[in-house]
Design a protein around this ligand. Structure first.
Ligand code: UN1
Length: 495
């Protein structure tokens, strides 16, 4: 079958890059399968995309927010209509199993319905004035032109966290998806076109971080950068934005942990740990990569976990017999392999896995064995650094206080969880764990869109996506003072 070439979307038109170059989008479960060719865009394309977003700004911000919401509700309907085929394409280009790619699209549906409803809220405040005959209120304004830079692990859900709130608030957008998952991004953008979004309001360009990502962040007409990805890249985004006085919201790495106390339901805890550590092949920023187990149940828990991990079936995510799909690409696989070597070198005990997986039908994909390390101490690199793969470290704790100390001994602060039957311990954990998300008797993954999403410390820069907190990212506040006294009234000044 002929390989299809996909284009950029600028000013409501599908256009090829002026570079004349494309790049291949491949299936990580079978690298011989090319899913499509995408534009290798350059600075010229980028400038056109930004220009178009600037041009569309006035008209879009003037459209009443409920009307903007109506268009976004249609996007939600189209996501529902195409959920299955979007999920199939996503599994092909990203590798995670179908149930998870369906979940990815569902998360975008949930987010879209939830946030499109903001068109009829976008609430501000009215507060009393210190003076008579004076009225005080706050209103939200759009920030302007938003650059949305998104990762490959949630190819539709994460773009939805950025595009939908940005648009409902009256911003226009230049969207640059990760180069490993441009097809899902393309299909998402098609839905906005079909829903009747006016030209220029959403622009889509594909290409490398160096050629278009960096210049996009630096572009003087971009007012806000919304970025999800690695902490290293996020730090660069922050530097560039700081120099150019731009706003930025960053959602970056995690080193998420599950605490298993001695009173926990161990079978339930094992299920949660398996789901958190090996779901999405460990490639979630919320993935569980440390399990901190009370010494009294360490042996029993480790045996249960080992048995369950051994039973996981690797393969193509399109098959319903597959539990764990491939990693996204060879570079990621080498990184994960490198960390396994680091773990062995540091003296951790490799209980299972630790190597690339090339058996049978998996030989042409980027598969990696589900890996368990025992005897890990908190300062080891495998317990500190984000691996983004199916590698789980088991650490021992003596008490809840000790466990909390280990969880918090991290540069990241995204997600944490505790398994315990004791309500006092559960609430103590909620109070003490320094993370943006905490789960009780559940895994570290599975956040819902009506709540804020994000983390403390090196995970972010204080913002929270989703929920109503997304509006804080994508709007500016204006404080309004209406004086209807007909005289000059002076606040703070005594007569
Ligand atoms: C991410 O890992 O980048 O809570 C996002 C979860 C998902 C979102 C994860 N709803 O795991």
């Amino acid at each position: 079958m002929a390989i299809r070439t996909y284009k950029n979307f600028i000013d409501g038109k599908w256009v090829a890059s002026s570079s004349g170059k494309t790049f291949d989008n491949i299936n990580p479960a079978n690298k011989k399968e090319i899913l499509g060719r995408f534009q290798k865009s350059n600075a010229n394309d980028l400038n056109n995309a930004v220009k178009s977003a600037v041009k569309a700004q006035e008209c879009w911000r003037n459209l009443p927010a409920p009307k903007r919401g109506e268009i976004l509700f249609r996007v939600g309907e189209l996501l529902i209509k195409h959920k299955e085929s979007l999920a199939q394409d996503m599994t092909r280009e990203m590798g995670k199993v179908l149930n998870e790619t369906r979940g990815d699209v569902q998360e975008a549906i949930d987010l879209t319905y939830y946030t499109a409803g903001e068109g009829r809220r976008l609430q501000g405040e009215t507060v009393p004035s210190e003076l008579n005959n004076k009225f005080c209120m706050t209103v939200r304004m759009p920030v302007g032109v938003v650059a949305a830079i998104t990762p490959w692990n949630f190819p539709i859900a994460i773009p939805s966290w950025k595009l939908i709130p940005a648009l409902i608030c009256g911003n226009t957008v230049v969207f640059k998806p990760a180069s490993d998952t441009p097809l899902s991004a393309y299909r998402f953008v098609k839905l906005f076109e079909e829903a009747g979004l006016p030209p220029g309001v959403l622009n889509f360009i594909t290409g490398t971080g160096t050629e278009i990502g960096e210049p996009l962040v630096e572009h003087h007409n971009i007012n806000l950068v919304s970025f999800t990805g690695s902490t290293d890249t996020g730090a660069k985004v922050a530097h560039k934005c700081a120099w150019n006085m731009k706003q930025y919201s960053l959602e970056m790495g995690g080193k998420n942990a599950i605490i298993v106390m001695d009173d926990a339901n161990l079978d339930l805890a094992v299920e949660g740990v398996i789901w958190g550590a090996f779901g999405t092949t460990g490639q979630r920023c919320t993935a569980c990569s440390r399990v901190i187990v009370h010494k009294k149940v360490l042996k029993k828990f480790t045996n249960l976990l080992l048995k369950r991990t051994k039973a996981l079936r690797l393969g193509d995510g399109l098959k319903n017999t597959t539990d764990v799909g491939p990693l996204i690409n060879e570079a990621q696989r080498q990184k994960v392999l490198g960390y396994c070597k680091v773990g062995v070198g540091e003296g951790a005990k490799l209980l299972l896995g630790g190597n690339v997986f090339k058996n049978g039908k998996c030989r042409n994909g980027f598969f990696f064995e589900p890996t368990l390390f025992a005897g890990v101490s908190p300062k080891m690199r495998i317990a500190q650094e984000e691996i983004f793969g199916p590698v789980l470290s088991i650490l021992e704790c003596k008490s809840l206080e000790n466990a909390v100390e280990i969880v918090n001994d991290s540069r990241f602060g995204l997600s944490s969880a505790i398994y315990t039957q004791d309500v006092n311990r559960a609430f103590k954990a909620i109070e003490k764990l320094d993370t943006g998300l905490t789960y009780i008797n559940s895994s570290t993954i599975g956040a819902e869109v009506q709540l804020p999403f994000g983390g403390t410390k090196g995970t972010g820069n204080g913002h929270r996506e989703a929920g109503t907190t997304a509006l804080e990212i994508f709007t500016e506040w204006k404080s309004v003072f209406v004086d209807y006294s007909g005289t000059l009234q002076k606040a703070q000044i005594e007569d």
